[in-house]
Design a protein around this ligand. Sequence first.
Ligand SMILES: Nc1ncnc2c1ncn2[C@@H]1O[C@H](COP(=O)(O)OP(=O)(O)OP(=O)(O)O)[C@@H](O)[C@H]1O
Ligand SMILES: [Mg+2]
Length: 340
Amino acid sequence: MTAKGRHFGRPDVLQRHFSGPIRFSGSDWQWWLANDDVAHDAAERMDRHMRGLDTDTVTTLRERKGRSIFRIQANQGDFFAKEIALKPARKCFGAFFGVQNRLFGYDHGSAEVDNTLALNDRTHQGHDVLCLGERLRGGLPTRQLLIQPWLEGWINLGEAFQAADEHGRRSLLYRMEALLKAMHDARICHLDINNGNLMVSTRDAKAPLRAIDCAKMETRVTQPAVSTALQIGKMLRELYGRDEADLAKRYAQARAMQRRIAGAEGDNEATDTLLALSLRYRLSKSLSRRRLVTAPVVNIDGPALEKRVRASKKNADVPAIVWAQAHPAMADEIPAYSGH
Ligand SMILES: Nc1ncnc2c1ncn2[C@@H]1O[C@H](COP(=O)(O)OP(=O)(O)OP(=O)(O)O)[C@@H](O)[C@H]1O
Ligand SMILES: [Mg+2]
């Protein structure tokens, strides 16, 4: 079979970044490999594990129906592996063709490879991918395995922030802002940004943060300021919670961050509204953030959106925004924040 014939129809991203696919004898997995020995070694170890042969060097860190994660021990440094079950079945087609859309799904392994490498290329604050394994049924992938270098000495931002003193927290916020700025300038919206998906080095207090877990990422953002507002609000809510007494302070902090990242033109009524909303509420159920950040124009009716968002039980326990004509009011305009 010619290379062209064998690869026909497979995602461009796999062909661009990897060689393959290769198979180890006796395995029903096939592997796309970055061009180095390390990737081959990682794939071989994981392949043996999947066949029940190598039980010493692979540790299962978490087993879930859809996504299990593993640590693979190796001589030159460990690896991180994530197994992705392609369910429902239409995601197998998404993975096969490497397309991300509502029909074929967003969060399959081919998309995750594509997004992870796009983030890393454009910001240098993502992470590399060494290989992608696929188990085929009738020519279509039903499970995929993504392997990356193990981030030795890195922990997630939530843990780092909890453990940090005042000075350490300031440094983490500063570095988080730098990451959000890099994503703003690269026109990327993570869409699953949270404490567990931002990584911090414990060995180098100046090392830039890295974003991981890029399956749902949108890499063709047309509204970077909107994307930034959503990410700032979500991350400050993750880090500080949504304690009522702090909301005014958080909003001021969020607006200052928005202004520094997105500039004067990226600081407007729509971004203020999204900052106020995302600091308080989980938006993903009531609003397509993907559609918003890829829209040609943005038109947001804050009070109407808040009403929709508060209809969800999880959101109703937070004090509502005080609107001063369709614009979230500043702290000093809000009597409710005085505690009475
Ligand atoms: N390369 C890596 N090296 C070391 N640890 C990692 C690496 N990548 C991820 N992790 C750790 O594993 C956790 C899970 O990874 P990831 O977020 O990619 O998987 P997930 O299945 O989408 O998880 P979740 O559903 O919990 O978000 C991360 O929160 C992080 O702590
Ligand atoms: Mg994660």
